[in-house]
Design a protein around this ligand. Sequence first.
Ligand code: GLC
Length: 537
Amino acid sequence: MTDTVQQLKWWQSGIIYQIYPRSFQDSADQDGTGDGVGDLRGITARLPYLKSLGVQAAWLSPIFTSPMRDFGYDVADYCDIDPLFGDLADFDALVHEAHGLGLKVMLDYVPNHTSSDHAWFQEALTGKDSEKRDWYVWRDPGPDGGLPNNWKSFFGGPAWTLDEASGQYYLHQFLPTQPDLNWRNPDVRAAMFEVLRFWMRRGVDGFRVDVIWLLAEDDRYLDEPANPEWTPGDIEHNSVSHTYTQDQPETHQYIREMRTVLDEFDDRMMVGEIYLPVDQLLPYAGTPDTPMVHLPFNFHLILRPWQATAVREFADSYDAACRKIGTWPNWVLGNHDQRRFKSRLGAAQYRVAQTLLLTLRGTPTVYYGDEIGMQDVDIPRDRMVDPAGLQQPDSPAASRDPERTPMQWDASPNAGFSAADTTPWLPLADDFATVNVQAQEADPHSDLNFFRALTRLRQQHPALVGGDYTSLDSGHEDVFAFRRTLDSQSVTVLLNFGAGERDLGDVALGQALLSSLDDLPESGAKLRPNEARILLS
Ligand code: GLC
């Protein structure tokens, strides 16, 4: 079974590019200064850059009204833009401009929790009789007069905070200032579905749905069992297994309803943030009769060891599992919650990983800056701002600031991200004088031009987009080789995960289309250390 490229939807054939709006481009005010935080006008000005990358859609992390305690993942008004980023007119202009360039726009929909500043929660706090009380999850104290149970927040500490006025606790799987909405309440669902319609009417093409696998909790409120694999030093949230707070049957039902709302509009999509093993992940795609998310994010390239046989094994089983249920695969190497992949995997493997991401069967999602090889930035303690880090000083790796630093556009002060005399909200990487878009534009062998060569190959070779996937026996444990075939076209991808030269025999026969090591080798040539090579076979 082969999908012809014309039959594919934009979210199947295209690449999704994630923008973290605070860090993409701070546009100057009329007086020529910025405020050190990126904004919508900045993004609009950079849309031609996205076009030049060959990506299809821009996903913007949250831009809604927010006190920014979790940098926008704490929404105080779902239907307005935070003044830090601009206003609705700026947003409409962004969508207009993007569509003019043939780009799609995706927003970040945060349905699990609101900000405690949201009018709904403020109303709920007025007392047990409040009409919005049941919009959130409330429990009386436990038998000992303390916490209702042992549920934990992702950011450390309990998932419950006492509202002293009423003597009840409210649930928050993240910060105490991010109370969980009660999705069992149909009024909550109706209000949150209206939010989707509001943005789709404004032309939004799709949504990335925040922590979608957490929407419902088991309503017996039992203690979660201890996680035997947890070791002290690992984050506290992992000390229990999340039997009662994640992946509940009700969540599936709510997502089916959510999907019917998307389907009221033409050609819209949603991709769900879901950290689960494949057998629990793929059911989030639903069935042909009752579809759920279009793409359940597949984070397994981030979560599993970077090792050729392990990656092959995973790719084989995931591709087969997707085929079996007729769902479209997708791949991710990084996002605003994970270490930069160049830092995680090492510079030598950077292009091998980039090649893998852009040639496997399925939609790739690319995190801003990864196309120029941005790396994690060491953030001094006094500049740390991420609550996940600040609240868990004993788990330094919990901070997500290192992967959220400003985009490196050029070698000028503040890297062209923000006007020279401003202090960006997070420090810039030390390497920005050399690792930046402008310098890499000028260098035919740069990471940026390698990325563009990959996206061009996808455009020129439909097999790389819609073709079948088959892995090949390379004869070496550290080489992952696979083939993408469509009609008579066959493209082979060779990835050397190791630092040795490898003779692949017949597997390496074919005309080289691209190599991560610049010069194109002869057909059949040995695979060089850390080389990624693409062949027309
Ligand atoms: C998601 C987001 C993360 C945020 C959390 C709470 O995991 O990706 O950045 O902190 O949800 O909304």
